[in-house]
Design a protein around this ligand. Structure first.
Ligand SMILES: NC(=O)C1=CN([C@@H]2O[C@H](COP(=O)(O)OP(=O)(O)OC[C@H]3O[C@@H](n4cnc5c(N)ncnc54)[C@H](O)[C@@H]3O)[C@@H](O)[C@H]2O)C=CC1
Ligand SMILES: O=C(O)[C@@H]1CCC=N1
Length: 268
C-alpha cells in the first residue's frame, strides 16, 4: 500500500482523545505519510510527539499551512472558531475542512471559512484501524477527500442527509461507551451471581472481544446471536429475559435519544 492519499499536507487541529486516535490510525494504516502531517495543538501530546519523531510538523509557522489539502477539526465543539481563526489566512481556497465534531453544522463552518466542508463522525477505534465513521458532505470533492482520509481505518458509512449525523453520533461516536457500560453492568451481574470482581471483569471483557470478533466477520447480527444461543439453552433463557423486561431496548432508546438531543443543543 502506498502512503498518502493525495498531494499536499493534512492538518490535524486538536490532538486530544479523538485527535490522537486519528493520528495513530493514519500512521498505522499509512493513510498519511509523516512528512505530509501538520499537527496544531496548544499543549504537548504523546501522540503528536510520536508523530513528530517520525517527521510530522507540530505547530509550524503559519506559512506551512499553505500546502494543506485537508484540515481535520478535532477540537471541542465550543472551541472550533478560535482554533480555526488563526489558520484561515494561511489556507489555500481549495483546502477542505473536515469536522469530526459532534453537533456543529457544516454550514456554520463553511460560512466562517469560505471553504468546502465534510463531516465525519468516527469512533476512537480508528487508532487500531478498526473504527467506524459516518460521512456526510454536500460537496462531492470534500466527501471523497474525507473518505480517503478515513477509509483505511474505519468502515465509512455514507449518510444521505446532514440531519442524520446526530443519530450517527449516538450510534457510532458515543456508542462504544454505551457498550462498555453494558459490559460493566454484565460484570456486576456476574459478581451478584458469585464471581470475584476480577474474574467477572475479565470474563465480561473477553465476551466483548468475542462479540467484536464476531461483528468483524460481517455476518448478520441475528446469525451471530443464533450461533451462540442453543435451543433451550442458557443464552436463549437470558435473551428471553432481556426481551421480556424490555429494559435493553428502553436503555438503548434512552441513550440514543439523549445523545441526539445533546447534539441538537450543541448546534443551537
Ligand atoms: N472522544 C471521542 O470518542 C469522540 C469525539 N468526537 C468529537 O471530537 C472532538 C474532540 O473530542 P475529544 O478528543 O474527546 O476532546 P479532547 O478534549 O480530548 O480534545 C480536544 C483537544 O483540542 C485541543 N485544543 C483546544 N483548543 C485548541 C486550539 N485552539 N487549537 C488546537 N487544538 C486545540 C485541546 O488541547 C484538546 O487536546 C469533539 O468535537 C467531539 O465531539 C467525535 C467522535 C468520538
Ligand atoms: O461525548 C461526546 O460529545 C463525543 C462525541 C461522540 C463521542 N464523544
Amino acid at each position: 500500500m502506498s502512503q498518502s492519499s493525495g498531494n499536499g499536507a493534512v492538518v490535524l487541529v486538536g490532538c486530544g482523545r479523538l485527535g490522537s486516535a486519528i493520528l495513530e490510525g493514519w500512521l498505522a494504516t499509512e493513510t498519511v505519510a509523516p512528512a505530509e502531517l501538520i499537527i496544531v495543538t496548544p499543549s504537548q501530546k504523546p501522540a503528536a510527539e510520536a508523530a513528530r519523531a517520525l517527521g510530522a510538523r507540530v505547530n509550524p509557522h503559519g506559512a506551512a499551512l499553505a500546502e494543506a489539502r485537508a484540515v481535520v477539526l478535532a477540537v471541542k465543539p465550543a472551541n472550533w472558531r478560535e482554533a480555526l481563526r488563526p489558520l484561515l489566512p494561511h489556507l489555500a481556497q481549495s483546502a477542505v475542512l473536515i469536522s469530526v465534531m459532534a453537533g456543529v453544522r457544516a454550514g456554520e463552518i463553511a460560512e466562517a471559512s469560505t471553504r468546502s466542508v465534510a463531516r465525519v463522525m468516527p469512533t476512537t477505534g480508528v487508532a487500531q484501524g478498526r473504527g467506524v465513521a459516518a460521512l456526510w458532505s454536500a460537496d462531492v470533492e470534500a466527501r471523497e477527500t474525507a473518505r480517503a482520509l478515513f477509509a483505511r481505518m474505519a468502515d465509512v458509512v455514507d449518510l444521505e442527509r446532514e440531519a442524520q449525523m446526530d443519530a450517527a453520533t449516538a450510534v457510532a461516536g458515543s456508542a462504544p461507551a454505551f457498550i462498555h457500560a453494558f459490559v460493566q453492568a454484565l460484570a456486576r451481574a456476574g459478581e451478584t451471581q458469585g464471581l470475584s470482581s476480577e474474574a467477572a471483569e475479565r470474563l465480561a471483557r473477553g465476551a466483548l472481544r468475542s462479540a467484536g470478533a464476531g461483528a468483524e466477520t460481517g455476518e448478520p447480527l441475528e446469525a451471530l446471536i443464533a450461533r451462540i444461543a442453543s435451543p433451550g439453552g442458557t443464552t436463549q433463557a437470558g435473551l428471553e429475559a432481556m426481551a421480556a423486561a424490555g429494559d435493553l431496548d428502553r436503555a438503548a432508546e434512552a441513550a440514543v435519544e439523549a445523545a441526539v438531543r445533546r447534539a441538537q443543543a450543541i448546534s443551537g
